[in-house]
Design a protein around this ligand. Structure first.
Ligand SMILES: NC(=O)C1=CN([C@@H]2O[C@H](COP(=O)(O)OP(=O)(O)OC[C@H]3O[C@@H](n4cnc5c(N)ncnc54)[C@H](OP(=O)(O)O)[C@@H]3O)[C@@H](O)[C@H]2O)[C@@H](O)CC1
Ligand SMILES: Nc1ncnc2c1ncn2[C@@H]1O[C@H](COP(=O)(O)OP(=O)(O)O)[C@@H](O)[C@H]1O
Ligand SMILES: [K+]
Length: 486
């Protein structure tokens, strides 16, 4: 399991590592990795000035802040200057710049200037790193407004963001690429800051062995998901693989039932039961699903999904109560979340695991106020209050357990924001629960694979529907299980 570490945790690890190395070693490692990435980007890009790709002759502007982040940027720029780049460094905090790095840059032929040419091939954001408070100094804001850059590379973090939470309460840099040193930080994977990060490139500076084994934010990868996955064995039958129940849809919204069962069928469970008013539509699309009109008639299941499109009336509340009295774990989505917001007591005697999957408006109905910009803390607060696992949807979906652990999902594309895609996610997650995965892992794995499926469905800029995402899920599962084996 990988993760993201706070500024304080990175500094603790850095102090341990630095004690074993000559002074300045880490900054040189960081600068070397940063310069290599910049050179690779310049090779890809045709220089606006010379019409030639590569470092030689490229124009590079550095916005240099007062601390070590500026130092990294200036040392990296010195390396580019030695390879023939025209480098202009603009100090953005009066004259305060890393003095040794600034001297290295001028020795290499770069210039410290009050104003650089308006156009550059590459802009290096070395304004603030993990020592930065949210917001940018005014001079950095002015420079960013006037510069026209081919590509923007943030050094360690996009300056101006809240490094430990991913909130962006004031002005911040929007990067195409962020080159981070030693580890991810929460701002790379959470909230609006994750959007400003762009493509993330990690440079290994040897910090790994010194990092706390418990990161502030966990990030699952293919290996984790493959390890958690229950593969059917020779003695398994459809029941031992898990039966998943889907209480979703209605006369009015049959589509939610079809999509939620499609999600459930893409998961590892061996049997999908449907309970609700959209049996005809479900049977037509998925003949393998066994349908009954109500939850009570559905028979035993190992996990339930309740909510998508099943309404918020008395009958729906009754069905929700029937699901919640079962000892099986449940996923509650959509209308079930609205009902929980109105009747929180229906959850009160519940002991078996519950996963709630709100988007922001549903979160507000449950919590009483919208999620704060610190989305990890927001998800954790709701999880704690309701003693549930919470999957807070969005461009960077977050999962929080009731004991405060926070996971950020690294996959997903804006194309997933399409009607019904949440129904597919919820059905798939319920199938993972039915196969025996615990609530947090089921939420984390479902978000990961749903994101991958969305990416596969959107390949080549194709328009994506929720049905496409459901169809792409088995492929995403296969890819992850195969990759983790090789
Ligand atoms: N740790 C590691 O493993 C490694 C770290 N490395 C690098 O070091 C970076 C951290 O460097 P850092 O500690 O010098 O802090 P940094 O972010 O450059 O700025 C602090 C300065 O900015 C100022 N300031 C703050 N907020 C402000 C604001 N909103 N607006 C205006 N000013 C503001 C603040 O002022 P003060 O608080 O004194 O008022 C202080 O002077 C890290 O991100 C990475 O790039 C690598 O070299 C190698 C390995
Ligand atoms: N901008 C975005 N980028 C990536 N994924 C997104 C974005 N917006 C929404 N999503 C994802 O799309 C899905 C939408 O779910 P939901 O809002 O429940 O839709 P519906 O109710 O129509 O099924 C969620 O998995 C969410 O995380
Ligand atoms: K930066």
């Amino acid at each position: 399991m990988d993760g993201a570490w706070t500024a304080a945790a990175v500094r603790r690890a850095e102090a341990q590592l630095m004690a074993t190395l000559p002074p300045g070693t880490l900054m040189q490692r960081a600068a070397a990795g940063l310069a290599a990435e910049c050179a690779a980007l310049l090779k890809e890009q045709r220089s606006t000035r010379t019409e030639r790709a590569g470092v030689y002759g490229a124009t590079v502007t550095v916005l240099a802040g007062p601390g070590d982040n500026g130092g990294d940027a200036l040392f990296a720029a010195a390396r580019l200057a030695r390879r023939g780049a025209r480098v202009f460094a603009v100090p953005v905090m009066g004259g305060r710049v890393h003095p040794v790095a600034a001297a290295a840059l001028t020795r290499a032929g770069g210039r410290l200037v009050a104003e650089s040419p308006r156009r550059c091939d590459l802009l290096l954001d070395g304004v603030l790193g993990i020592g930065g408070r949210p917001g940018l100094p005014g001079r950095a804001i002015d420079q960013l407004a006037r510069l026209d850059a081919g590509t923007v590379v943030a050094v360690d973090v996009p300056s101006g963001v809240d490094v430990d939470t991913g909130a962006v309460p004031a002005s911040a840099v929007t990067a195409d690429t962020t080159v981070a040193f030693g580890s991810r930080k929460p701002c790379h994977v959470l909230g609006r800051a994750a959007l400003l990060t762009g493509r993330l490139v990690l440079v290994d500076i040897g910090l790994g062995p010194h990092l706390d084994p418990n990161p502030a934010v966990r990030v699952a990868g293919e290996t984790d998901i493959a390890q958690w996955w229950h593969r059917p064995g020779p003695d398994d039958d459809k029941y031992t693989r898990g039966v998943v129940g889907v209480a979703a849809g209605s006369d009015r919204y049959p589509g939610a039932a079809v999509l939620a069962t499609a999600g459930a069928l893409a998961g590892p469970a061996g049997y999908v039961r449907y309970a609700g008013g959209a049996s005809d539509a479900v049977r037509r699309s998925h003949p393998e699903v066994v349908c009954t009109p109500t939850v009570k008639e559905a028979g035993r299941v190992q996990a339930w999904l309740a909510g998508p499109g099943f309404g918020t009336d008395e009958a729906a509340l009754g069905e929700l109560r029937s699901v919640l009295v079962s000892p099986a774990p449940v996923v509650l989505d959509a209308d079930a979340l609205t009902l929980i917001g109105e009747y929180p007591s229906v959850l009160s005697r519940r002991e078996a695991p519950v996963v709630l999957t709100p988007h922001d408006r549903e979160y507000e109905r449950l919590y009483g106020s919208p999620p704060s910009e610190d989305r990890g803390a927001a998800a954790a607060a709701l999880a704690k209050r309701l003693n549930c696992t919470v999957l807070l949807k969005g461009h960077h979906t977050v999962v929080a357990s009731s004991d405060g652990a926070v996971w950020a999902n690294p996959t997903g594309r804006p194309q997933l924001a399409t009607a019904g895609s949440g129904d597919v996610l919820a059905g798939f997650m319920a199938s993972l629960l039915a196969s025996g995965m615990d609530g947090v892992r089921a939420a984390v794995a479902a978000a990961f694979l749903h994101g991958r499926a969305g990416g596969a469905a959107a390949a080549g800029h194709r328009t994506v529907t929720a049905s496409d995402v459901a169809r792409a899920l088995p492929g995403a599962v296969g890819e992850v299980l195969t990759a983790a084996r090789s």
